[in-house]
Design a protein around this ligand. Structure first.
Ligand code: GLP
Length: 243
């Protein structure tokens, strides 16, 4: 795992955008794995800016998002579908038919997971998978204890995760109890992983990422086994890492 330390959230976002822009400028049909949450918002702002300045086009880009809540409509402001429209897709020239997220309102959730896996494998391989880091080490919505080999699946969200995400909802009661997430097995097949970590509240989790043994109790620890991981962390998040 390669660690790049930057000053703050803005530098983290800009640095992350440079990896994505390099890819889409050099590859004909790039495939991106995307994340939601507060962490990648700045990255999306930089990508939109590059598009508006005529420095990048997303016309030939395909995207797969990591996860989606179960039980809320795509049109709901809290769906990850809406998050991606608002924070990225509607501002650039990406084709809607090339942006994929699991459907958390599918009648048959198991079939939805299998279809999502099929779509990813049809696209061959994710070139860069963007990841945030959950406070408990979750990646996507793969909570502690999730088998490393698992593919896209339905998860029961931990109370601590619902609590952390309740800031986007009116109250914690409105936070869904389940989600569909790309599995760790799926994530690990990406060519490159770009893990973004910002803020003091992630500092403990970042230490664990480097010091934990590879264990399902801390899902992100599996990244130690991936051949091409770049972690971009700001000063606040990396404050407990020994220099
Ligand atoms: C959420 C998402 C993850 C995200 C993580 C961190 O629950 N499912 O994909 O990376 O938790 O979120 P944030 O970036 O808001 O801290």
């Amino acid at each position: 795992m390669k660690l790049i330390t930057v000053k703050n959230y803005d530098e983290m976002s800009q640095k992350a955008s440079s990896f994505i822009l390099d890819l889409i400028q050099s590859k004909e049909n790039p495939v991106l794995g995307l994340a939601t949450g507060s962490t990648p918002e700045g990255l999306y702002r930089y990508l939109i800016e590059a598009y508006k300045e005529g420095k990048a086009s997303f016309q030939h880009v395909t995207t797969f998002n990591l996860d989606e809540y179960v039980g809320i409509e795509r049109a709901d402001a809290n769906s990850y579908y809406s998050f991606m429209q608002e924070n990225f897709f509607k501002h650039v020239d990406i084709s809607p038919s090339q942006t994929f997220l699991p459907n958390g309102k599918a009648a048959d959730l198991q079939a939805e997971c299998e279809d999502y896996e099929q779509l990813i494998s049809n696209a061959s391989q994710i070139d860069i998978q963007v990841l945030g880091l959950g406070l408990n080490g979750h990646i996507g919505f793969n909570e502690p204890g999730t088998p490393f080999s698992i593919r896209t699946h339905v998860v029961d969200l931990e109370e601590s995760t619902r609590e952390a995400n309740s800031r986007f909802f009116e109250s914690i009661d409105e936070v869904p109890t389940q989600a569909i997430t790309m599995g760790i097995g799926t994530i690990m097949e990406s060519k490159m992983i770009l893990l973004l970590v910002s803020g003091e509240q992630k500092a403990e989790a970042l230490v664990r990422l480097f010091t934990n043994e590879v264990s399902e109790e801390f899902p992100a620890s599996i990244l130690q086994n991936h051949p091409n991981v770049v972690i971009i962390a700001d000063e606040a998040a990396s404050k407990h890492l020994s220099k």
